[in-house]
Design a protein around this ligand. Sequence first.
Ligand code: SF4
Ligand code: SF4
Length: 134
Amino acid sequence: MESDTWYQCDRCTACCKWPGDVRVEDDEIGKIADFLGMDEDTFIQQFTRLRMNRNGLSLIERENHECIMLENDRCIIQEVKPFQCKGFPNRWNFPDWQKVCQAKPVPMQQAIDLGLVDDGDVSADHVIRGRDLT
Ligand code: SF4
Ligand code: SF4
């Protein structure tokens, strides 16, 4: 990852269709539940499952591997989506990620000037995590 480059998502939704976990952290549950107008317990029951390693919650994955929050190729919780989603590919990625992601490179200063760079919520335990590609 080049620190002088920002990769701007073009909302192709490929990363919403990969098999595996979409991790939801404890401190993200309340925000998403509020956004959906429901209490946390209802949100957890309707939209989450245990992660494959059983170490926390993931959004439910449909049979075709799409995330349950994807409707008509649009994320219905875009404004409050989990860090795993917000952070890719600039905060975390994996080898050859550009083969499966259409994010466009923008010079970092230009990206900052355009207000594209979201530098919030980058705590240490959020740095490397991702949707499994297996
Ligand atoms: S991060 Fe990449 S794969 Fe995901 S929606 Fe944006 S362009 Fe597509
Ligand atoms: S929460 Fe939204 S951005 Fe994240 S995988 Fe699901 S549909 Fe995609």
